[in-house]
Design a protein around this ligand. Sequence first.
Ligand SMILES: [Zn+2]
Length: 408
Amino acid sequence: MFKLIFVVIVLLESIWEMVLLLLNVKYSTSKDAKVPEVLKDKISGEDFEKSKTYLKDKAKLESVSILVKLFLTLFFIFVGFPYFEKFAITISNSTIIQGLIFFGIYGLISFLVNLPFKIYSTFVIEEKYGFNTMNGKTFLIDSIKNIIVSIILFTPLIILLLWILGIDQNWWWKVSLGYIVFQIVLTFIYPIFIAPMFNKFTPLKDEKLKDEISKLLKKADFDVSNIYVMDASRRTKKQNAYLTGFGKSKRLVLYDTILNYSTEEILSIVAHELGHSRKKHIPKLLVIISVVYTFMFYLINLVYNYILNNNVFEIKMPYSAFMYSFIFISSVIFFAMPIINFLQRKFEFEADNYSAKLLGTPEYMISSLKKLVKENLSNVNPYPLYKIWHYNHPSPEERINYLLKMKK
Ligand SMILES: [Zn+2]
């Protein structure tokens, strides 16, 4: 019975994802879809058509990816995991080593299955629309670095998990605590150690812009002395900026792809990022994620004990039972995604609000948004339910309307 429920939940997740994806494409690319009134001055009919075909191309790939992932999960559940467990047991007597082999095989297969999708997305789709600036060599080096960083980061975490599983049947709060600490450590080390492995960060050279940003930082009472430009253009033409780090290591990072914006537009984007920081959005998000994960590990623990005690699948080791329960509960938690995204969309409005107030006018935030939409070929008409599910930013139309209301 439980096996059946398990498969049904996994199937439901994939079906739901597929339905949302198709509804979104149908809605956004239909003949009735129009450029929202507030974007008409900037988005031409040609831009609009291009954004629609971009959306269609991405959705085609995504739908194949959903199917392949579903088949892969079913393969793991019925064939893979029992086999990996048997194999791991023949290699070593230590459950920690067995667990590392088990998770290692799982990670490797998942990586290899994902790889063709990543290659197709980068070198066919992004290339076709002129976003991709990577060559094969950069892609290969990135992939190798990604593997190395993942191994270095996750091996200690998995060892800790395996150790806790081995000593305690009610491990959920210990594992959860370990995971939260890991998340916090990651937010500290990411900007200092990991990001520089993938990109070059050079201090902003444009003295005039630097001056203007410094004035803005002073006005907002921010103590940030490090303003960096990141060479994002070595991979993509897409644009962004962010503020990261804590205390003395706080740094403002501008993608080099954004530097052709007007000074006021860049300031409005910087002010938006300052808004995220002032309103403490990152710590708030960490708290929310911690609560969700603790709840999730609690549920995983329940399912874990059930699977081990009732011999549901042809496995007997803690690490295999953990994998099954993790996959099962992830599929359940997927249905809670709208809550986290709702909060993040609220944060975006707050940051836009902060930016408009700091600059004294929403005008520049609005023109930056229009530019971002135009140059990134963003979907200007997302299907409402799709947005609720997947968007961690409000649609550009909503953001502009919100800013226009502020003006009055
Ligand atoms: Zn934001």
